[in-house]
Design a protein around this ligand. Sequence first.
Ligand SMILES: [Fe+2]
Length: 252
Amino acid sequence: MKMEEGVSRRDLIKTLGVGGLALGLTSLGHGAQTEEKKSSLPKSQIGYKEGAFVLPPLSYAYDALEPHIDAQTMKLHHDKHHAGYVKGANKALKNLADIASGQGDASLVKHWARELAFHGSGHAMHLIFWNNMKPGGSELKGALADALVADFGSIDGFKNLFLGASQSVEGSGWGILGYEHVSGRLVVIQAEKHQDHTVQGISPLLVVDVWEHAYYLKYQNRRGDYIKAFMNVINWDDVANRYAQASRLSVA
Ligand SMILES: [Fe+2]
């Protein structure tokens, strides 16, 4: 994969961890910038520090997305569920490191690699998810809007596809708008759990969590209503920044 515009692969891997690589992520957006620029980033975009994954605080209050997403769901989702993925990813990292150094049980490498794929991907996806939202949302415009029209026919066409894909995820998972690096176009895909059925070589730009923990307290079984509510709080500026960064990377 070619790295351009001062973005180093080391930076990306440092930011994403192996969980991001398992998803085929190339960028967490702002997190893929240079070290100098990282110092000015909000804490909520830093998910790895001093050799371990960490859970950054949200950049807005738990109740800031009301009435679309309720405070109790946000608090449980961030403080318990996301925290669980961070803990699981770190446990997997440690066990894989022990195996690499000859101290661990080498027969368990498959187990720990799977654990890292699940928890690491869960951590990466939630980092994107929190930053894909902001109170009141923001306007979709510019190069991202042009690309959505070019690749999906219209903005409404994209929204219909994104809603449909997200709503029909089988069981728990994610709806994803991603940048596909081979073709250089935007695609809508699904992921089951956090890591199954994804396409390697795609950078997620906009993700919606459709695990029940993301919506059941307020919306119960009405997943479609939750996704429509999510569309009201999308931070399109964040999505556009991710698009701008992803489109500078190519697979070759
Ligand atoms: Fe979640």
